[in-house]
Design a protein around this ligand. Structure first.
Ligand code: GTP
Length: 366
C-alpha cells in the first residue's frame, strides 16, 4: 500500500518562515520534517508514497532526489494551482494503481500505528477511516463525534469553548478506498474535510480509529516549536544512537561557552566567548552566536546570526536573519528570512517580522 503525502498548502499560519521554506521542509533537530515523515510511513509498512505538491515544490523534490530511501518509492504530483486537500489527493490518482491508500497531512508528527489504522479500516465496510487523536484544547481543531461503533456522526470545525462535545480531533491520517477518489470532482479546489467527509458520513461509510500515540501538527509557531522541543528531548523521532548533545565536530566554541542539552548545533556554527546555547535549541548550519549572547528553547535556521549580548528565548529565527547586539527576541516571536532586528530592540508576545525587514537600532536607556 502507498501513501499520499499532502504538502501543497501555503502554510500561512507558519509565516513568515513559510514564505521561504515550505512547511514540509522546516527542520526538527536539524533534519527536514519530511525525513521523519518517511520514517513514519516506512514503520507503518507502506511501500512508497506520492507527494502531492503545489506551493514551493522544488526544495521538497530536491531533498528527496538526494536521499537514498532504501526501496521506498517516491512519486511526485505537482498541481499548477491550489486544488485543496481532496483535489491534491485526486491529483495523485495515476500513481495509486486503483488501490486503497493511506493519506497523511504533510504537517503531522506522530507515532500513530498505521498498521493498526489500516487493519481497523479493513475490518469494516467503510470507504474511508479517519484517525482521531485527543487534544487538551480542541477549539483550534476539527472535532469528530463518533458513535459506539466508531461510525462518524458529526463534524465540528473549530468550535467555541462552550460547544466542545469531544476532545477527539482529526489527526490528518486517513485510509481511503479508491472509490473516494472517484467522488472528488476534478479540476477545482476541493476540501476533503469540508466536502468529501461529510458526504461519506451522510452515506454511513465513514469510520474513525482512535490513536493514543504521540501526535502533534507543526502548523503554527507554537506547535512547531513544541515539536522541535519534543524531538530534541527524544520524546519522538529518536533514531538509533540518539544523544541529547548533538554538536557537529566543525563547530567553533570560544572560551567559556555553555552548552545546555538537549541541543543540536549543525556544521559550521561559531559560538562566541561566554555564549550560552541550549535548553532544547537547534542551530542550523553556519549560525553565529556572539560573545555573551544567549539562545534557549529556540530554532535558528541556517545562517542566523545572534550578535553579542543578544538574547533569543522560545522563538524561531529564519534563515540568515540577524538579531543585533543586546536585542531581545522572546515569547514565540518569529523572524523571517534575512530580516534584521537592530541593536537594543525587544520583541515579545509572538511578534512576526517579515523576510528582509530591517528594524533600526533602538537607543538603550539605563
Ligand atoms: P495553513 O495555511 O497554515 O492553514 O496551512 P496549510 O496550507 O498547510 O493548510 P492545512 O494545514 O489546512 O493543510 C493540511 C495539509 O494539506 C498540509 O500538509 C498542506 O500542505 C496540505 N494542503 C493544503 N492545501 C493544499 C492544496 O491545495 N494542495 C495540496 N496538494 N496540499 C494541500
Amino acid at each position: 500500500m502507498k501513501a499520499v503525502i499532502l504538502v501543497g498548502g501555503q502554510g500561512s499560519r507558519l509565516r513568515p518562515i513559510t514564505f521561504d521554506v515550505p512547511k514540509a521542509m522546516v527542520p526538527l533537530r536539524n533534519r527536514p520534517f519530511m525525513g521523519y515523515m518517511v520514517d513514519f510511513l516506512k514503520r507503518g509498512g507502506l511501500s512508497g508514497a506520492v507527494l502531492s505538491l503545489g506551493y514551493l515544490p522544488d526544495p521538497i523534490q530536491s531533498y528527496f532526489d538526494a536521499q537514498d530511501l532504501d526501496g521506498f518509492s517516491m512519486d511526485y504530483a505537482v498541481e499548477d494551482r491550489p486544488l485543496g486537500t481532496a483535489g491534491g489527493i485526486k491529483n495523485t490518482e495515476a500513481y495509486l494503481d486503483g488501490e486503497a491508500s493511506v493519506v497523511v497531512n504533510g504537517d503531522v508528527l506522530s507515532g500513530i500505528d498505521l498498521g493498526q489504522a489500516v487493519a481497523a479500516h479493513q475490518a469494516t465496510d467503510a470507504l474511508a477511516t479517519i484517525t482521531l487523536t485527543s487534544v487538551e484544547d480542541p477549539t483550534a481543531y476539527g472535532l469528530v463525534e463518533v458513535d459506539h461503533d466508531m461510525l462518524v456522526h458529526r463534524f465540528l470545525e473549530k468550535p467555541a469553548a462552550d460547544e466542545v462535545t469531544t476532545n477527539l480531533v482529526n489527526a490528518g491520517v486517513y485510509v481511503l478506498e479508491p472509490e473516494v477518489l472517484g467522488m472528488i470532482p476534478a479540476g477545482r479546489e476541493v476540501s476533503i474535510e469540508r466536502e468529501i467527509f461529510p458526504e461519506l458520513q451522510a452515506a454511513g461509510r465513514l469510520r474513525a480509529h482512535v490513536s493514543s500515540s504521540y501526535w502533534r501538527d507543526i502548523g503554527t509557531p507554537r506547535s512547531y516549536l513544541a515539536a522541535s522541543h519534543d524531538v530534541l528531548s527524544g520524546a519522538v523521532g529518536a533514531g538509533e544512537g540518539f544523544e541529547y548533545l548533538q554538536v557537529d565536530g566543525s563547530v567553533r566554541r570560544e572560551k567559556g561557552v555553555k552548552i545546555l542539552p538537549p541541543v543540536s548545533v549543525a556544521v559550521g556554527c561559531v559560538l562566541g566567548r561566554s555564549a550560552t546555547v541550549g535548553g532544547r535549541s537547534a542551530l542550523g548550519q553556519d549560525c553565529v552566536v556572539g560573545e555573551g549572547a544567549v539562545v534557549e528553547g529556540s530554532i535558528l535556521f541556517d545562517g542566523a546570526c545572534i550578535e553579542p549580548g543578544a538574547v533569543v528565548r522560545g522563538s524561531i529565527i529564519g534563515p540568515h536573519a540577524r538579531v543585533g547586539e543586546n536585542a531581545i527576541v522572546r515569547g514565540l516571536s518569529v523572524l523571517g528570512a534575512g530580516c534584521v532586528v537592530g541593536e537594543g530592540n525587544v520583541l515579545d508576545q509572538g511578534v512576526r517580522i517579515n523576510p528582509g525587514v530591517v528594524l533600526p537600532p533602538r537607543s538603550m536607556s539605563f
